[in-house]
Design a protein around this ligand. Sequence first.
Ligand code: PLP
Length: 230
Amino acid sequence: MTTHQEGPSVAEQLAVVRRSIAEAAAAAGRTEPVHLVAVTKTFDADHVRPALVAGQRVVGENRVQEAKAKWPGLKAEFPDIELHLLGPLQSNKAKDAVALFDVIESLDREKIAEAIAKAGEALGRLPKVMVQVNIGREPQKAGVAPEDAASLVARCRALGLDVIALMAIPPADAPPAPYFDALARLAADCGVADTSMGMSGDYEIAIAHGARWVRVGSAIFGSRPSIAAQ
Ligand SMILES: *Cc1c(COP(=O)(O)O)cnc(C)c1O
């Protein structure tokens, strides 16, 4: 519940982000669209709704449980929502994730690929996937090691999964451009057409380095409690 809102509204901040995306895409000479994933984790339906009313349809969540509580209701109001899973997926949640999400961006191991494929068969609906790469080789971060990305992509394809991009979160404490470049090169090497990279702090840079999807939360919806900010 938002009371005594100060500063720009969600709709205004969304408009600012959209404009910046368009400007960064034009500056980079991009001709095909750059897609905005509005990251709604930790924000309730009432806080998120103005972005949907303003026409935003691609949205991202980190947790299956939180998304299950929030999105069926919002999807009833806005049926053409495209929901992305951004956070780590356990195999025992695969069926719930496949039932709810349209794109799973956080596929980072064979076991999850198998669980998604199996749930897809059982449910007769198969989300598209992105393979998450630990592009900065950080021990605490999710993602397949860069040198193992190609074989995981091949395994996904053998299972019938549509791998539409590589996804990564570069190290927080370093300039992101070299990591964005590395992910774009790795995607090309793996025969994957696109990348999902760039968040509130660096999405314009990611676009300059070829991002097809940028995932932006706090620049639209405001800051989150630090426990959920990861
Ligand atoms: C939270 C999150 C984002 C959005 O982060 P902001 O800095 O709020 O834009 C993007 N991608 C992933 C994987 C996230 O977990």
